[in-house]
Write a protein that binds this ligand. Structure first.
Ligand code: ADP
Ligand code: MG
Length: 632
């Protein structure tokens, strides 16, 4: 049999790989001990010293000796408690492992004891043990990590790399425990000094002040999971996957599957190859988590992974869909959008627009409702350049929201209670109201929309004004419309009186011939003819006003632009490129009806705030912004 010390050393390797693992284990213990302040002091990236000091409940005289025994945990009585909401430790291996590979001094005192206990242990052997004066709580000081395992010690990376790991572990624990104060010092320098604060403040405190304006709150309650936290606005996405934090019951986890759900929610909002910031906190009943996993690993299995996936994706998407409203409209008031207008003869009753804070752009009801709205505009008047902005058919959306709705329905039919259902209905009803009112325009408000340099549509809102990029807005509208057309196979064609023959170069022809089925599904009527020619008998109604040749040329431009990044275009790319190609251009004069319908339709979109390529469609100028410019 192996001597104990050796067995401990080997086992320690599993739990303690580097200084960062020591910090993680000691910080977790401090949190479990109910500390409110946790101090971490590190020298030489943890090689020579790691100190973790807490003001938690401390240990009794007996526990101060017992805690070094393997499996001496005081925290778990059955496997079900794994991932329970409150404790992090459960195996009673950390202290035994640390003591096997370092020189450890511990001081601990419970609040109601006068004297504390000091224990020195080295290579699993107790060297010293006596009463001592110390403050309430526990402090560990770990010296010369891996002093007796040279192979491990040599395996450590540069200080910079080891510090990176330490900071990572520190953040993974500090972020979900915003109510506790944390400090981290390295070689006498303060790296973090986080006071007890709100979750948002903690994120800002951890990542820097500039993150404050980047955060979009996410909040969702369902029967099986509640989701809280923040995602980063798409425009701040990074080229690398670093800042993505997912927590389950306050425990940091890695899940490729759930990460995918979040990425999906950001779909077509992000430039290719960029990764959104997120810190999301999931709370799940522990019994819905598979406990058959390796506890020190950060992977996790859920019993109902697909439902969690759908919920996560839906609620992130919904938050993204509405975040841009937040800064420009008052959340605490019902009626916030206000298109004042001047009328000589009438007492002006500003058409107030109620924007409900529960505004839900994914709700299908609202868009249906709007289609029967009496204030529908015909925008048959054509503009002086090419494309017309015609209202695309109102859509009944099959958004993620429906998916979520369906899940809750399903849970309900399984006999579970689902109060969220009511919320959905209420949100839907409130939305109908707000949507009906939102951007409702009558004669009195004709002047409320105007075109700036034939590029932007400007309109007043309560808190200032918004400027809409007409081209990008139209791209968004057409893109979502074309996606719908593809899903429902009902593209409408505007037949030409005389078929047009379009000649393409060989490479363009090769590119387009693979896309002809999709194009025809979108409303084209195209046939290949001869080597490099196409016969075009009709184009999608939405793209009226452009010649087939011009339209296809623009379409190809866009395909090539995107193909550089994503390879062979799929159906959705075809829809995107067609939207880019057939959208209204800068320089196009828009009649007020056209502008109205543009605004109207933009806000009916699933993702109104971004073009299909992820660029902003709307910019808000608040009165404060203007005041500032005027140095008021
Ligand atoms: P685990 O955390 O899995 O229970 P550990 O080896 O990390 O196992 O700790 C062993 C035991 O030591 C804990 O169950 C706890 O009773 C005690 N302990 C460790 N750290 C602290 C601390 N900072 N404050 C109070 N008790 C502690
Ligand atoms: Mg522990």
């Amino acid at each position: 049999m192996l001597p104990d010390a050796v067995a401990n050393q080997i086992a320690a390797g599993e739990v303690i790989q580097r200084p960062a693992s020591v910090i993680k284990e000691l910080m977790e213990n401090a949190i479990d001990a109910g500390a409110s302040t946790i101090q971490v002091i590190v020298k030489d990236a943890g090689r020579s010293l790691i100190q973790v000091i807490d003001d938690g409940k401390g240990m009794s005289e007996v526990d101060a000796l017992m805690c070094w025994e393997r499996h001496a945990t005081s925290k778990i009585s059955s496997a079900d408690q794994l991932f329970s909401l409150n404790t992090k430790g459960f195996r009673g291996e950390a202290l035994a492992s640390i003591a096997a590979v370092a020189q450890v001094e511990m001081k601990t005192r419970q609040a109601d004891e006068e004297l504390g206990r000091m224990v020195c242990i080295e290579g699993s052997k107790i060297k010293e043990e006596e009463p001592c004066q110390c403050s309430k709580g526990t402090s560990f000081s770990i010296k010369n990590l891996f002093f007796n395992v040279p192979a491990r010690r040599n395996f450590l990376k540069s200080d910079a790399v080891e510090m990176k790991h330490i900071i990572e572990e520190f953040q993974r624990l500090a972020i979900p425990h915003a109510g506790l104060a944390f400090q981290l010092y390295h070689n006498g320098n303060e790296l973090f000094n986080l006071k007890a604060q709100s979750s948002r403040q903690r994120i800002v405190g951890t990542f820097g002040a500039k993150y404050d304006e980047r955060l979009v709150p996410v909040e969702e309650e369902t029967d099986i999971v509640s989701v809280m936290g923040f995602v980063g606005k798409p425009e701040f996405a990074r080229r690398t996957r670093g800042e993505q934090y997912l927590f389950v019951n306050d425990r940091f986890i890695k899940s490729t599957y759930l990460n995918h759900a979040i990425s999906k929610a950001f779909e077509d909002l992000l430039p290719e190859g960029s990764f959104p910031f997120y810190t999301l906190f999931l709370s799940i009943e522990p019994h819905l988590i598979d406990v058959n996993i390796h506890p020190t690993k950060t992977e996790l299995k859920f019993q109902d992974e697909r439902a969690i996936y759908a919920i996560l994706r839906s609620c992130v998407r919904r938050s993204l869909g509405r975040f841009n409203i937040a800064p420009s409209l008052d959340f605490d008031q019902e009626s916030s959008l206000n298109l004042d207008a001047y009328d000589e003869n009438k007492t002006v009753v500003p058409p107030s627009i109620s924007v409900n804070p529960n505004y839900n752009p994914f709700d299908s009801k609202s868009t249906q409702q709007r289609s029967s709205d009496p204030v529908e505009h015909s925008s048959s008047s054509s503009s002086d350049f090419g494309a017309t902005v015609s209202p695309s058919p109102r859509k009944e959306r099959d958004g993620n929201w429906k998916e979520l709705y369906a899940i809750t329905r399903e849970l309900e039919s399984q006999g579970r209670n689902s109060p969220e259902d009511l919320d959905f209905a209420a949100a839907g009803a409130a939305l109908e109201e707000s949507q009906k009112e939102a951007f409702k325009v009558d004669q009195h408000t004709d002047q409320a929309l105007f075109q700036l340099h034939r590029r932007y549509v400007v309109t007043q809102i309560r808190s200032g004004m918004i400027v809409i990029d007409q081209q990008r807005a139209h791209q968004r509208i057409l893109f979502e419309h074309y996606l719908e057309v593809l899903a429902n196979h009902k593209g409408s064609t505007q037949q030409s009186l005389f078929p047009e023959t379009v000649s393409l170069g060989p490479s363009d022809h090769a590119l387009i011939s693979a896309l002809i089925p999709s194009l025809n599904a979108l409303g084209f009527d195209i046939e290949e003819f001869g080597q490099n020619d196409l016969i075009v008998r009709g184009v999608p109604v939405e793209a009226g006003g452009l010649s087939a040749e011009e339209l296809l040329e623009r379409f190809l431009d866009s395909v090539k632009h995107d193909a550089d990044r994503s390879g062979v275009p799929g159906k959705e790319d075809t829809a995107k490129s067609l939207a880019m190609g057939s959208s209204i251009r800068p320089g196009t004069k828009m009649e007020s009806e056209e502008m109205r319908s543009l605004v109207d339709e933009l806000f009916a979109c699933e993702v109104p705030y971004f073009s299909p390529r992820g660029l902003p469609t709307i910019i808000t100028f608040t009165l404060e912004d203007l005041d500032q410019k005027f140095k008021r």
